[in-house]
Design a binder for this molecule. Structure first.
Ligand code: FE2
Length: 169
């Protein structure tokens, strides 16, 4: 007789790290940023990024968001992801249940991105925001989307070179 059903712990992603691990990692690096261990810049013309940790399993990015800067609607291909807001506030718009749903992410808040997660991130506030993002395995591609007639349409896919900041968010 089976007393305990086996618990599923798979993530279906090619990484030994879980969303919980990635969230903890971004929270740890966010604490480093608050402690002044990393220099942060804000560029009003283009989102500013810096790769702060990298290995075979995970990339960790520090990102600043000037007012109205955004990432565009995208996925993370075969990578899991997570973010922690260091300061300021962001709004995440994610595709769920056949529509875009918004949630505010304030300083100290976390968000996890399972496989298939399609979202945009924007800073709608008058002051800059700073966030830490982790992706595992490191981002290799991202697809971009548009919402048309209530449906989600993929508009293109870009390959992400190792360590490239292109599109990260
Ligand atoms: Fe993203």
């Amino acid at each position: 007789m089976l007393l305990h059903a086996p618990r599923s712990t798979t993530t279906s992603a090619p990484t030994p790290l879980s969303l919980t691990d990635l969230t903890a990692l971004t929270s740890e690096v966010a604490d480093e940023v608050r402690a002044g261990c990393h220099t942060v810049q804000v560029d009003r013309d283009k989102r500013w990024y810096r790769l702060v940790r990298t290995d075979a399993y995970v990339d960790v990015w520090l990102i600043s968001w000037a007012t109205e800067q955004y990432a565009e609607l995208h996925d993370h291909a075969g990578s899991l992801g997570a973010l922690t807001v260091v300061s300021g506030g962001l709004v995440e718009q994610r595709w769920a249940g056949g529509r875009l749903r918004s949630r505010r992410l304030l300083s100290g808040h976390h968000a996890g991105f399972p496989l298939g997660h399609v979202h945009n991130v924007v800073n709608p506030n008058p002051t800059p925001a700073v966030s830490v993002h982790a992706y595992s395995p490191p981002l290799s591609a991202m697809s971009y989307y548009a919402v048309d007639g209530g449906s989600l349409h993929r508009t293109g896919t870009v390959l992400v070179e190792s360590g490239s900041s292109e599109g990260v968010g």
